[in-house]
Design a protein. Structure first.
Length: 120
């Protein structure tokens, strides 16, 4: 067997830094789109977004408005999925289950059943 090496322009560390910058900027753009509501987390989980492959699921969830560690942890305990699990390493079943939980309508406020019981 003979192996041939191709010589790429520039030193390897410069190419690695350039690639890391591209990934960082793409992830920041994805987080911005999720935060603005242009893109949903469920869409990211079910779609093929290369930017999210190595992101932790908690990092992706917390990029949504009004999502912090506690809300993220409570949601992930329902699936169950670790907060530190990367999006790319999640199984299809985990992605579908999490997407389904995210797409469910928000629960009714706590005072609604009481008001219904009182006939108000």
């Amino acid at each position: 067997m003979s192996a041939t090496a191709s010589i790429a322009p520039g030193p390897q560390y410069m190419r690695a830094l350039q690639r890391a910058n591209e990934v960082r900027l793409a992830r920041a753009g994805l987080k911005r789109r999720v935060a603005s509501g242009e893109l949903g987390v469920a869409e990211v989980l079910l779609g093929s977004h290369w930017e999210a492959e190595n992101m932790t699921i908690s990092d992706l969830l917390m990029s949504q408005r009004r999502w912090g560690h506690t809300r993220c942890r409570k949601l992930l305990m329902q699936v169950p999925v670790s907060e530190n699990k990367t999006v790319g390493s999640m199984t299809e079943r985990q992605c579908r289950a999490l997407a389904q939980l995210l797409e469910q309508p928000a629960r009714q406020p706590r005072h609604e059943p009481l008001a219904a019981a009182l006939g108000v």
